[in-house]
Design a protein around this ligand. Structure first.
Ligand SMILES: O=C(O)C1=C[C@@H](OP(=O)(O)O)[C@@H](O)[C@H](O)C1
Ligand SMILES: C=C(OP(=O)(O)O)C(=O)O
Length: 449
């Protein structure tokens, strides 16, 4: 249990030459979790290609096995899942350990709520701090019973509903995880499950529901969506092609923007508009990023991104853009640190409940590296250097992969090397990150301090 990887110090320094070359980033994490879950709920055999083989997704694979699905790793990102049909999951014999993954834990709560079984779920020290009430509370209206540690934290126990009721729920925070948990429970319920989100969040669950044969109606309501799912469909196995993760592509992309003379090509990056907020923001900052060969793959828009080093200028990022780039603020803060002028990122409240308090962790990253900033309410304000930021700091990553990768990208662009106190958690979302960055840098830019 909690086999937390040993902490690993990793440092980055400005590479001897510009970043260049072509690379594919790992598969999309959100889509990978969902592909395994839908595969387990479908009748038949689902073939998945391009699955992210990061720690978070491997936890979902293990949980689906524990719930009775047959999950095979055929190598090279090709996985096969033989599903059990909706309502067909079996009681797990042991505790489900979701590691570092909020998505795995929260979506699984939805699945478990709709199945008549008993299960206990836990996670690592980071996940055990994160709020689960945001899912256990709405899911309790299905008839499922949850018991959690104080403050609605993991570990939790759930007794799923024998005959789950459909939910009619207005999600109070912009969260694709809460929306998805409600929809997954709705698969097992009779009648229409209705979820209203005041701000549109990533729609991979809705897309995949349709792809596997469920009936989903989506209406627009202001900035938000009204989603209606017809319960107890027969989900039929369907192949899933997982695109490259835009949230992972963000790191080499910002590195190439900031290291003078760089030009790289990132192949097959998912460009779902509800995920691409960072790229819209970087364009406003003057980034030279071109979308090449735009296409649809596996039902998701995909493009190759050509990224050239650019002199960035500060930007004001509106709060309504936050859901489409929620995981990208730490790396945007790094870009802002090198931009000319003062960047304001508005409405970042949800960053406080990620793998770390990402608002505080990003502020500490800036502080340790001589970058001027302020936190004003839920806004982060970064005073850019208009060139290479000072650097020279050691960043405390707090078990947060995105803080670690942001620190290392800063090191590639800064005047002095930057160290991440623990790069082990990068494995949750971006296996091979250091090797890929070193290949683009043409040498040991990332290595032991
Ligand atoms: O649904 C998903 O796959 C995700 C939703 C987001 O979380 P919230 O729903 O908590 O905003 C995001 O931060 C996370 O990395 C993945
Ligand atoms: C917030 C993230 O993931 P999760 O919520 O699944 O832990 C992330 O990957 O940045």
């Amino acid at each position: 249990m909690h086999d937390t990887p040993a902490a690993r110090l990793l440092a980055a320094r400005a590479p001897a030459r510009p970043l260049s070359g072509k690379a594919a980033v790992p598969g999309d994490k959100s889509i990978s979790h969902r592909a395994l879950m839908f595969g387990a709920l479908a009748v038949g055999t689902t073939e998945i290609t391009g699955l992210l083989e990061g720690e978070d997704v491997l936890r979902t694979a293990a949980a689906m096995r524990a719930l009775g699905a047959t999950v095979q790793n055929l190598g090279g990102g090709h996985w096969r899942v033989a599903g059990r049909g909706i309502g067909g999951l079996v009681e797990p014999e042991d505790v489900l350990d979701m590691g570092n993954s909020g998505t795995a834990a929260r979506l699984l709560c939805g699945l478990l709520a709709g199945h008549k079984l008993f299960a206990v779920m836990t996670g690592d020290a980071s996940l055990r701090k994160r709020p689960m009430k945001r899912v256990t509370e709405p899911l309790s209206a299905t008839g499922a019973r949850f018991a959690t540690r104080a403050g609605g934290r993991l570990p939790l126990a759930v007794e799923g509903a024998a005959d789950p009721l459909p939910l009619d729920y207005r999600v109070p925070v912009p969260s694709a995880q809460v929306k998805s948990a409600c929809l997954l429970a709705g698969l097992c319920a009779r009648g229409i499950t209705r979820v209203v989100e005041p701000e549109a969040t990533r729609d991979h669950t809705e897309n995949m529901l349709r792809h596997f044969g469920a009936t989903v109606e989506v209406g627009i309501e202001g900035h938000g969506r009204v989603i209606e799912l017809t319960g107890q469909p027969e989900l039929v196995a369907a192949p899933v092609v997982v695109p490259g993760d835009p949230s992972s592509a963000a790191f080499p992309a910002v590195a190439a923007l900031l290291v003078p003379g760089s030009e790289i090509l990132l192949r097959g990056v998912g460009m779902n508009p509800l995920r691409a907020g960072l790229f819209a923001t970087l364009a406003e900052m003057g980034a030279d990023i071109t979308r090449l060969d735009e296409r649809i793959e596996g039902g998701e828009p995909v493009a190759d991104l050509r990224v050239k080093a650019s002199a960035l200028r500060a930007v004001d990022v509106p709060p309504e853009r936050a859901p489409s780039m929620i995981d990208e603020y730490p790396i945007l803060a790094v870009a802002a640190a090198a931009a000319a002028g003062t960047t304001r990122m508005r409405g970042l409240k949800e960053l406080r409940v990620k793998e770390s308090d990402r608002l505080a962790a990003t502020a500490a990253l800036l502080e340790a590296n001589g970058i001027r900033f302020a936190i004003e309410g839920d806004d982060l304000v970064v005073h850019g250097a208009g060139g290479p930021p000072p650097g020279g700091g050691t960043v405390v990553t707090h078990m947060d992969h995105r803080i670690a990768m942001s620190a290392l990208v800063l090191g590639l662009a800064a005047q002095r090397p930057v160290t991440a106190d623990d790069a082990a958690f990068i494995e949750t979302s971006f296996p091979g990150f250091a090797a890929l960055m070193n290949r683009l840098a043409g040498g040991e830019a990332l290595g032991a301090p």
